[in-house]
Design a protein around this ligand. Structure first.
Ligand SMILES: *[C@@H]1O[C@H](CO)[C@@H](O)[C@H](O)[C@H]1NC(C)=O
Ligand SMILES: *[C@@H]1O[C@H](CO)[C@@H](O)[C@H](O)[C@H]1NC(C)=O
Length: 184
């Protein structure tokens, strides 16, 4: 008879509740600690069109980057380099601080300040495939509830999460499942 009652026996409730809690807390953890940006949105990391060569700095200026955020470069036969400011201005790709050419590069901001990216392919940087990103210092943040360098409280966490609607939706579904399990 317990087999008829497929959802309600005590141990499966406990197991389900356990997973709901783990999922909720991990979603919250990832949402609070980082956000991933898609460089160039759907275009990816390409040589910009000649009449619109500033697309990456335009893209970056519309975003707000924070420490521990990541950016994702998607590209074909190309590369991503992190260089110094001088090298950025000169499109000098001889001594990159960071280099990747696997077509799918994820870069994490491990500090605040400026990051200078260029394509390492000859001629691409000169044609505008380059980008400056400013990562906010933690003290630049003004969290809605005013805590300075304190770790986000769970109410802050929910606010920060609203930047990612799908995660919020998923979490509400999980909370709903969790509370219906609890109330039975
Ligand atoms: C650049 O040129 C393309 C086609 O020649 C055109 O569709 C596009 O609107 C132009 N972009 C700008 C920013 O002028
Ligand atoms: C490129 O940068 C490297 C290291 O920063 C420097 O040694 C080299 O002279 C630069 N090349 C040019 C053409 O400026």
């Amino acid at each position: 008879m317990a087999s008829n009652n497929f959802f309600m026996n005590r141990s499966s409730k406990t197991i389900l509740l356990f997973f709901v809690i783990i999922l909720c807390s991990s979603l919250q953890y990832f949402s609070v600690s980082s956000f991933e940006f898609e460089v160039g949105d759907t275009k990816g990391w390409i040589v910009p069109p000649a009449n619109d060569s500033n697309i990456y700095n335009k893209w970056a200026s519309e975003k707000r980057f924070q420490m521990d955020d990541t950016i994702h470069f998607k590209y074909g036969k190309d590369s991503v380099m992190l260089v110094t400011e001088t090298e950025y201005k000169q499109c000098n790709s001889t001594h990159p601080i960071f280099f990747s050419n696997n077509g799918n590069t994820i870069f994490k901001f491990d500090r605040s300040g400026f990051f200078y990216f260029i394509s390492g392919v000859s001629g691409h940087c000169e044609r505008g495939q380059k980008m400056i990103i400013k990562v906010m210092a933690p003290e630049d943040d003004t969290p809605p509830s005013g805590g300075d360098n304190n770790p986000p409280s769970s109410s802050n966490a929910v606010l920060i999460m609203s930047s990612s609607v799908s995660k919020v939706v998923i979490q509400f579904v999980l909370l709903f499942v969790g509370s219906s399990v609890l109330l039975q």
